[in-house]
Design a protein around this ligand. Structure first.
Ligand code: ZN
Length: 293
């Protein structure tokens, strides 16, 4: 479904908005642009029929790039730091942490089941670049943390922020992969807040308008709250495996899903790395135990 937001911007809504799909934005201007391509194949066919010039991916994740190759003869643009994750299925797999945590078999299955292949990127975007599409001018803002090259796009004239996976979802921000960085994520949320957008189009929540300042603060605070929970669990030396079993991120859902268990472990790992950087936690030499200082 394609829902007009204003004269040029349209929300592209598929039946599902969770992985492996997302909300996309269609810009009908002198240049016709789709922001993210995580839509259903029916919508991709409709967009192909209408004609597009450019697809901009906010980041390399499959749920934001899945239709890049099915949407016609378009240019694919994304930030330089995420281009490799689109160009190479192997890099895509590495950035999800499968190699770092010795789960290559699971990674290959993930790539195969989702049909992830090597795909082109034609232009690498840079922070603060202005993309002039005719009437619409989009500012590219590099917002790393979710992935190294994650970007949001800001239309200053209307105050509309296309926020990708800084998605303001209620359960907690996504930073459960080895290529995520929590310090960067927190800074990027601040950057979005400072823009003072009047309307946000989130990759998984769609249009969000009221109380945006409070929504960003609540979103940021979920990271800090999760960190307190990890720190609280370190009342004795404890391994990453044990910490992962506390299900701080996914709760009961994790029991039956091997992938969720895997993401959970990486989320805890990222918090531990941040707590070590802050001097609050240490890892015991020659063991896999972490403890609070
Ligand atoms: Zn993502």
């Amino acid at each position: 479904m394609i829902i007009p937001i204003n004269k040029h911007l349209n929300l592209v809504k598929s039946k599902r908005a969770g992985f492996p799909y997302c909300y996309c934005v269609l810009i009908k201007d002198q240049t016709r642009v789709l922001i993210d391509s995580g839509c259903s194949s029916n919508i991709a066919a409709e967009l192909r029929e209408q004609g597009l010039d450019i697809v901009i991916n906010t980041h390399f994740h499959w749920d934001h790039t899945r239709q890049n190759q099915n949407i016609g003869q378009v240019q694919i643009w994304c930030h330089g730091l995420d281009a490799a994750g689109i160009r190479s299925a192997n890099v895509h797999m590495e950035r999800y942490g499968f190699n770092a945590f010795a789960e290559e078999d699971m990674g290959r299955l993930f790539i195969q089941v989702n049909g992830i292949t090597d795909r082109p990127v034609h232009r690498e975007l840079k922070d603060n670049e202005i993309l002039d599409l005719g009437k619409v001018r989009l500012k590219v803002i590099h917002t790393p943390g979710h992935t190294p090259g994650h970007c949001v796009l800001f239309e200053e004239h209307s105050g509309i922020l296309i926020s990708g996976d800084i998605d303001l979802s209620a359960w907690g921000p996504w930073y459960l992969h080895i290529c995520s960085d929590l310090d960067d994520y927190l800074n990027s949320i601040e950057k979005c807040m400072e823009l003072k957008p009047g309307l946000v189009i989130s990759g998984h929540k769609g249009i969000i308008e009221p109380d945006l300042g409070a929504r960003f603060i609540a979103y940021r605070d979920q990271i800090l709250h999760k960190e307190e929970e990890v720190l609280g669990a370190l009342d004795r030396p404890i391994s990453l495996e044990e910490l992962s079993l506390l299900r701080l991120f996914y709760g009961f859902k994790i029991k039956s899903d091997r992938y969720l268990q895997f993401w959970e472990k990486q989320g805890v790992y990222l918090h531990l790395q941040r707590l070590i950087r802050q001097g609050l936690v240490q890892k015991e030499p020659d063991t896999d135990l972490y403890y609070r200082i």
